[in-house]
Design a protein around this ligand. Structure first.
Ligand code: ADP
Ligand code: MG
Length: 393
């Protein structure tokens, strides 16, 4: 592709886009990265996985200059990045997409993109006198690439979580980075949006080098060619997804992290997560509410509850589904408890005094009620209990 050759024209032909040698990052003596070696060819799409605490975020922080190496070095297109400030590293061509979208909600999709393209113009058009028609085409091209041309004039606030993620990826691409770093782009997305984001990254990979950090294994399967597994600050394994998933060391590391919640409890969680995510947004307080209630439901031991809560929170952000989970819930008691918590979530509002029930959450709730198949009067009774907790005592 033309774009990729012109983009990497400053590079010697067989030079690595990123080369990391014997990199150690210590925090007060604790080695978040420990003699790590890594290299990547220009044009590669690389996925990095690893259990919590493996050092994935620190890995990105050190590439972007947010954190300095204690030992070792990071080379980008042959240049040692040591001591170069973050904003200069962006100018050198490394762009980072954070986990939560950072778009301007009050601006339209197009205006958000205009903004980054114009920032670009501020530097380049004064230098090279870019024509504005070219820029318009640029924004139009980006809109098409991220699949939001039909929503170009909609305020970003009205986009779904997945669409916001795609918009932010578009804003990053507008700055023409040579290397894109993307941190957990599909956390909390629906299956369909996950696939959209995957396809977008695959399309971008034709003209960019990309590193994606990800937990969602199905997604990793969709996009990954080569996977790097981090563990305790070092590279544990590198290979295709099939090789990674059958490597005994990788399996051991992941089994060591096996969840303490049971598969059945996971189903219950997935149902709650589906309701809470129905409006494509999940507030921290809503997530907390679900994690707290479920942990006290699953365990009577306060220590265990606390551990569970943390674990549940992680899973809540990964989204859920009602249909595939509901037939696993057999007892009437559990069905009633699910209904109760789901109704609490639907009634729950982030802003005190606000009494609006979110229509998408309500719709998901109604679907749940249908699937739970409880007697109508029992449903009404439970809803009344939730609405007026004092009267039930
Ligand atoms: P991951 O993203 O893979 O979950 P991190 O890179 O966030 O892992 O963290 C790796 C380890 O380094 C963790 O044990 C974490 O607690 C520790 N760590 C990360 N940042 C700091 C910091 N600023 N100070 C102290 N410890 C840190
Ligand atoms: Mg992290």
């Amino acid at each position: 592709m033309d774009q990729s050759t012109s983009q990497n024209s400053s590079q010697k032909p067989d030079q690595k886009i990123l080369e990391i040698n014997d990199l150690t990052v210590s925090f007060d003596g604790f080695k978040a990265l420990n003699h790590l070696n890594f290299s990547m060819d220009a044009g590669e799409l690389r996925v990095i996985i690893g259990p919590n605490g493996a050092g994935k975020t620190t890995f990105l922080d050190v590439i972007t200059g947010k954190v300095q190496p204690t030992e070792g070095q990071v080379r980008f297109q042959g240049r040692n990045l040591r001591g170069i400030p973050e904003h200069r590293i962006v100018q050198l061509g490394i762009g980072r997409k954070f986990q939560t979208p950072r778009v301007y909600l009050n601006l339209s999709v197009r205006e958000n993109l205009d903004l980054v393209c114009n920032r670009h113009k501020g530097v380049f058009s004064t230098l090279f006198g870019h024509a504005s028609a070219g820029e318009k085409r640029n924004v139009a091209g980006l809109l098409e690439t991220i699949g939001l041309d039909a929503k170009a004039d909609l305020k970003a606030a009205l986009l779904s979580h997945g669409e916001k993620q795609r918009l932010e990826i578009g804003m990053l691409v507008a700055q023409s980075p040579d290397l894109l770093l993307v941190d957990e782009p599909v956390a909390g997305l629906t299956d369909e949006e996950t696939e959209n984001v995957g396809n977008l990254l695959l399309a971008l990979a034709k003209s960019h080098s990309i590193i994606v950090i990800e937990h969602d294994m199905e997604f990793v399967r969709q996009i990954a060619r080569k996977v790097t597994v981090l563990h305790q600050g070092s590279v544990l394994y590198e290979g295709t997804m099939d090789e990674v998933q059958s490597d005994p060391r990788v399996i051991e590391v992941y089994l060591g992290e096996a969840p303490s919640i049971t598969p059945h409890q996971m189903k219950l969680l997935r149902i709650m997560a589906a309701i809470a995510w129905a409006d494509d947004s999940l507030s921290e307080s809503e997530a907390q509410l679900i994690a707290t209630r479920l942990s006290t439901w699953f365990s009577k031991n306060p220590d265990q509850q606390q551990h569970l809560q943390q674990e549940l929170l992680n899973y809540i952000y990964q989204g859920g589904s009602i249909k595939s989970s509901i037939n696993q819930v057999e007892t009437v008691e559990e069905r009633e408890q699910i209904l109760k918590l789901a109704y609490t979530v639907v009634q729950f509002n982030t802003y005190p005094g606000e009494s609006l029930i979110n229509p998408e959450e309500k719709q998901a709730y109604d679907q749940l009620v249908g699937l739970l198949d409880l007697p109508v009067d029992r449903v009404e009774q439970i809803e009344a209990e939730v609405s007026n907790p004092l009267q039930s005592h």
